[in-house]
Design a protein around this ligand. Structure first.
Ligand code: NDP
Length: 389
């Protein structure tokens, strides 16, 4: 999130209730850590489309997850959009305003990673900041205002072998003359029970989102890549000390980031160290650590833990259809176009560099314009071909 890095799209899937009680308990802490969100995120089953487990109507401005449309035949649209983060919803707004009557398959936990984000202070147009779920509610309301239809289900299967492109969700078929893929990416987690329990209570996957809440605290980062190095350095703006834990002694991070990290007097690097437990009841209090070389264990008091062990693009359902890089991110061919004519790509599912709400929204705009122009071109050539017969 760099321009204000992913305050917006920080975490991955589900995380537990965030309340005012999550505040690090010192006098300098802001009044509403993690924005004091009161949203119950239930356990997610790893939904393929970003997998956020959101309690219905928590943040979508009164919109509740829409049921499977009652229909005898397939749902047809000119622009079918998969995903409902900033990319998918911006694509919907643009396509709807172009009278393309888009249909969004929003995922069973709609809204994207912003639904897990507290204050978003870097999204232009909101000088006082806005909570992530509220921002997404506005995106969605804007898309609905121009006639976008939604279903809040995960895509089970795709067939992109011919037009119309086909997607199935809970047995219902959706057909699009074009398809915009905006399924996003999810943060990776250590997958410790204690880590999941304390998400939003001192465990975060986004330093730029939540670092502010740890002013004058001693905190930890886990990971050995550029993200871990970058987040550790960033967090020294707030924290008195940052402990960086990495499970082995070699780093994936670039040399410049390693040098910067070791050169930062507020960062202490602990290699060959695994986190086996996040200790705490209502909030993070300590880490249980294991030395990877001799297996010895110790406990270190800590106020917060930032997970920076990578992201995973949500491309399971697309496997085999579109080109991916070695990490699974989709590769656009020209602008937002994929290798399949009529299928477009937007947002974090193809972006491991910026991962910002604003860049994803920009991508959604580009994809919708590309889809619109492609439909015009195909329509014109099909009309010409028909006239020629
Ligand atoms: P990386 O995949 O590069 O690194 C992930 C790190 O997390 C690895 O060191 C890995 O350890 C560790 N890790 C993975 N799983 C676990 C686990 N279960 N427990 C403990 N540690 C774990 O991801 P990043 O997000 O750091 O970077 C992704 C890409 O983005 C990279 O290409 C990076 O260069 C780029 N990037 C660039 C930045 C910049 O230029 N400023 C900033 C941030 C990212 P191990 O090494 O042992 O596998």
């Amino acid at each position: 999130m760099v321009q204000l890095r992913r305050q917006t799209d920080c975490d991955g899937d589900d995380r537990p209730t965030m309340t005012d009680q999550t505040k690090p308990d010192n006098g300098n802490a802001p009044a509403r850590p993690f924005a004091g969100l009161k949203i119950d995120f239930g356990a997610s089953g790893g939904a393929p489309l970003g997998g956020i487990a959101m309690v219905p109507a928590a943040g979508l401005g009164g919109s509740v997850p829409t049921p499977t449309p009652s229909t005898d035949g397939p749902v047809e649209t000119k622009v079918l959009i998969i995903g409902s983060g900033p990319a998918g919803l911006t694509a919907a707004i643009y396509a709807a305003r172009a009278n393309l009557e888009p249909f969004v398959i929003a995922g069973s936990t709609p809204g994207g990673q912003l639904m897990l984000t507290s204050d978003v202070e870097n999204y232009p147009g909101f000088p006082d900041g806005i909570e992530g779920p509220e921002l997404m509610a506005k995106f969605r309301a804007q898309a609905e205002r121009f006639g976008t239809r939604f279903v809040d289900l995960d895509v089970d299967r795709l067939d992109l072998s011919a037009r119309p492109f086909r997607a199935w969700a809970r047995g219902v078929e959706y057909r699009g003359e074009t398809l915009i893929v905006a399924t996003g990416a999810s943060a990776l987690w250590l997958n410790l029970e204690s880590e999941q329990r304390l998400r939003g209570r001192g465990v975060s996957a986004c330093a730029t989102c939540d670092g502010f809440f740890f002013r004058d605290r001693e905190i930890a980062v886990v990971g050995g890549g550029d993200a871990a190095m970058e987040e550790s350095n960033y967090l020294t703006r707030f924290a008195t000390k940052v402990h960086l834990f990495h499970r082995r002694d070699g780093f994936r991070a670039s040399k410049i980031m390693i040098d910067r990290t070791y050169g930062n007097p507020k960062i202490e690097v602990h290699t060959n160290t695994e986190i086996t437990e996040v200790v705490g009841d209502a909030k993070v209090e300590a880490l249980r650590l294991r030395d990877a070389r001799d297996g010895s264990e110790r406990t270190m008091p800590i106020d917060g833990l930032f997970i920076a062990i990578g992201h995973r693009p949500n491309t399971d359902v697309l496997r085999g259809w579109l080109d991916t890089d070695e990490k699974g991110y989709l590769i656009p061919h020209e602008h937002t176009a994929s290798r399949i004519p009529g299928v477009f790509i937007a947002g974090d599912v193809a972006d491991h560099r910026y991962r910002q709400a604003i860049t994803a929204a920009g991508d959604g705009c580009r994809a919708a314009i590309d889809a619109e122009r492609w439909l015009e071109e195909v329509g014109a050539s099909e009309t010409a071909a028909t006239a020629g017969h």
